[in-house]
Design a binder for this molecule. Structure first.
Ligand code: BGC
Length: 786
């Protein structure tokens, strides 16, 4: 067929969709999106439409060689709508060149990447980010990630991940916002806003700047409910639970204007999500009114056959298209079978057109039809990526995500009465642990484009910090020893490394070295826990305690009787029951991104007070999971805080029901006190509102942030409702000695629930309003909804 580009094509259109603006070199599309895409699609063959639905990884493309690859050839043949996970604006430009100059219609590619928590400036893992309870910070992190990624050619990220996770065994908890639907929705929406920066053009269409990119909400849906926390495993749940507990974050992101959604690997009601028409066509599109692009997860159309659904690739592909999926990531089922299915009458042209339209609309929204090279500005790399400004933001945000779990005066010197943290930068500090001198792991699990050589290790950052504060003879000294391996078993360690290797050491020799420096020191700081890839995709664990080799070393260090701090690295809720009992201070630092080491020093030495609060419940024992604060009550509950076993009640023989650290929990270097909850009235009409107020006081001697949390319980509904649900929070800054009133407004918005069809229901009856510093330590008041 004769080569014809969009540029010539659209200039010829009777509606004159393309105009040359005076003084500007490039033509600008003036047609609204729908007309533009209609005009383009009217020129497309069936094969070209199907080609747009194909998304593949770019492979190992080297600059100058793209055309010789399978991907290059497919792009030229119009068989590719987009590519992903290719780093480098030069390589991306080369692929875009092929699309624009060699394919018949010159339709530009959409360029994806898993930019999950930063590009080269890496932010904390999403679970950590959620622990900041700071939507603005999360939005900023996403905005900077978008600025860096778009400076390097990327215009589509596969983030945010908003799967609810209540089972800490599941490694992908690290990528999520934790267990709460309300908080998860807010954080997801903040990320969407940060990535997309949507504004409206004069005709009302969405406009994104060249520093913004399309987000992709994943994994739709319910992926976090994989049985037994084993990745990719079966999901089976009631519709009530879906609508009330698992769907809200996806819905919140759709409402925030997310440009795309990704289907999940799991089944929903027996049908793989990728081909589940109820999930995509009914709930997402009709019920929530979502009209953006839906892409599959990696190869998930092919995996339908392994689930035993769809028959063959052709059947699975047709089923996925009919269910409302638009783009096939990596299975190539759409590319190779949809034409045949169309010819056999198994799918319709309307279904193909709908999918193709959504892919083209995504490209239109990104401005790619205006300028296919919009994201390939070679000058931007030096200007926008890994800048001092971006790194400063990442460091500040990282410090906000650390959760102080314990801080006591050292058992070795209780008479001092002072809490162990912040550490005074004097004397000798023994820094011990396999994560103490590593740079790759601190960044976290998902960092495709990261540049770890430029990140500091904790040891390096502490040395610098201590050098700054050294004073002559009293100079502090940092002693360092790796001390142990991640775990005794080499294969287990490797399984959790995924390229971010930590050198194996001789266990006995390393231990002796650690004990030697610990004996010499005034305080021991352990940098221990998981490696970055012991969480994330395909990283489930069946035991959530500290890995054996590290725990054994800690036991020996504790026996020395010196003050001991645990800097605990993890990508999930873990079990720290032993550590809570034996260690003086525990700071959970997750994986804080490229600036982790500096951010830890900021908090460890007291420049900043820790203000992170858990967004996952931390159990006392792995056997308690799934464990989450917003559970239903059962007919035979055991009171919170009960300290013994009750026969014929809902509890365990060998562990109490309570969390070790509840949802919302986190200490500070100061202390806060809460007044009782005051309600503006004790009754409220269904269309009315009331106010709940507490006075929060900073009773310590440091200025600090507190996260004031509002929980609600519906006591008399037609279905069983959770014992507590987060419905609001406020992050406030209080000076030492300062008090402030915090007021929450309660309307139907905080009180309704969804029925099994996803309809909102508001029922009269009694409600408890609870406010406090975490989900356990709340003050309550009751009102009646009339
Ligand atoms: C993951 C997705 C990711 C995709 C593309 C899949 O294995 O489940 O979260 O976006 O790969 O890399």
């Amino acid at each position: 067929m004769k080569k014809i580009t969009i540029w010539t094509l659209l200039c010829l259109l009777p509606v004159a969709g393309w105009a040359q603006k005076k003084g500007k070199k490039k033509a600008e599309p003036i047609m609204p999106m729908k007309e533009y895409v209609d005009a383009l699609m009217s020129q497309m063959t069936l094969q070209e439409k199907i080609g747009q639905l194909n998304l593949q990884v770019a492979g190992d493309i080297v600059t100058g060689g793209a055309m010789n690859t399978d991907v290059g050839a497919k792009i030229a043949a119009g068989q590719m709508g987009g590519v992903f996970n290719l780093k480098g604006a030069d390589k991306i430009r080369e692929l875009q060149d092929i699309a624009v100059k060699q394919s018949r219609l010159g339709i530009p590619l959409i360029i994806g990447m898993d930019v999950i928590h930063g590009y080269e400036t890496i932010f904390p893992i999403p679970l950590a980010l959620s622990c900041s309870w700071d939507e603005q910070a999360v939005e900023t992190a996403a905005r900077i990630a978008a600025k860096e990624a778009t400076a390097d050619g990327i215009n589509w990220t596969f983030s945010p991940m908003v799967d609810i996770c209540v089972d800490a065994r599941w490694g992908r908890t690290a990528e999520s916002n934790g267990e709460d639907p309300y908080l998860g929705g807010l954080m997801g929406a903040a990320m969407v806003r940060g990535y997309e920066g949507i504004s409206r053009g004069s005709d009302g269409t969405e406009v994104r700047g060249s520093e913004n990119m399309l987000s992709c909400v994943k994994h739709y849906a319910l992926y976090g409910a994989a049985e037994a926390g084993r990745d990719y495993n079966t999901v089976d749940m009631s519709r009530l639970r879906m609508f009330n507990q698992y769907f809200p974050p996806y819905k919140a992101c759709a409402e925030a204007g997310a440009g795309s959604f990704m289907t999940s690997f799991n089944i929903v009601d027996g049908i793989p999500a990728t081909a589940n028409s109820w999930l995509i066509n009914n709930v997402l599109r009709r019920q929530w009114g979502y009209d953006g692009l839906v892409v599959t997860d990696y190869g998930s159309i092919g995996e339908m056959l392994v689930h035993g659904v769809g028959g063959d690739l052709q059947g699975a592909s047709a089923m996925a298209l009919k269910a409302g999926t638009d783009m096939d990531m990596c299975a190539q089922g759409f590319l190779y079978t949809l034409e045949k299915s169309y010819n056999e009458g198994r799918i319709t042209m309307e279904e193909i057109d709908d999918a193709c339209r959504r892919v083209l609309e995504a490209k239109y929204k990104l401005g790619l039809f205006h300028d296919p090279y919009r994201y390939c500005d070679a000058k931007r790399r030096a200007r926008d990526i890994f800048t001092a400004e971006n790194r400063k933001a990442a460091r500040d945000i990282a410090a906000e995500t650390f959760v102080l779990l314990k801080n006591e005066s050292p058992t070795s010197s209780p008479e001092r009465g002072e809490k162990l943290l912040p550490l005074s930068p004097s004397g000798k500090i023994a820094l011990i642990g396999p994560l103490a001198n590593d740079r790759a792991n601190l960044a976290g699990t998902w960092c495709v484009a990261y540049t770890p050589d430029r990140y500091l290790t904790l040891k390096e950052a502490m040395e610098r910090r201590l050098a700054k504060s050294s004073m002559g003879d009293a100079a502090p000294r940092l002693l360092y020893a790796q001390g142990c391996n991640i775990c005794h078993d080499e294969a287990d360690q490797q399984a959790g490394e995924f390229g971010k290797n930590i050198p194996r050491v001789d266990g006995e020799q390393a231990k002796q070295e650690a004990l030697r420096i610990a004996r010499e020191a005034d305080v021991i700081v352990c940098a221990m826990g998981e490696t970055a890839d012991m969480s994330g995709e395909a990283a489930s664990r069946s035991r959530l305690e500290m890995p054996d080799a590290q725990r054994e070393l800690m036991e020996e260090l504790v026996r020395l009787g010196k003050p001991i701090v645990l800097l605990h690295f993890s990508g999930r809720a873990t079990v720290l029951t032993w550590e809570q009992e034996h260690v003086d201070a525990i700071l959970n630092v997750w994986f804080g991104g490229s600036e982790t080491a500096e951010a830890i020093c900021d908090v460890l030495f007291g420049e900043k007070s820790p203000s992170g609060r858990l967004t996952v419940t931390m159990p006392q024992s792995t056997g308690q999971v799934p464990l989450y604060y917003n559970h239903l009550n059962t007919g035979r509950p055991v009171a919170e805080g009960a300290d013994k076993f009750f026969k014929y009640a809902s509890n365990y023989l060998d562990v109490r029901n309570d969390a070790l650290y509840p949802f919302g929990y986190g200490l500070s270097y100061t202390t806060f006190a809460y007044s009782d909850v005051r309600l503006s009235q004790s009754e409220m009409g269904v269309n009315g509102s009331l106010k709940a107020t507490v006075t929060v006081s900073n009773t310590g001697n440091r200025d600090a942030d507190e996260v004031v949390q509002l929980y609600i319980r519906d006591l008399q509904a037609s279905i069983s409702r959770p014992v507590k649900e987060l419905k609001g929070f406020r992050r406030i800054h209080l000076k030492a000695g300062e008090s402030r009133e915090v007021t929450f407004s309660i309307t139907r918005q905080q009180l309704f629930f969804y029925d099994g069809n996803g309809e909102e229901v508001l029922e009269p009856g009694d409600f408890d309003v609870m406010i406090g510093p975490n989900s356990r330590d709340v003050k309550a008041a009751r009102f009646t909804l009339k």
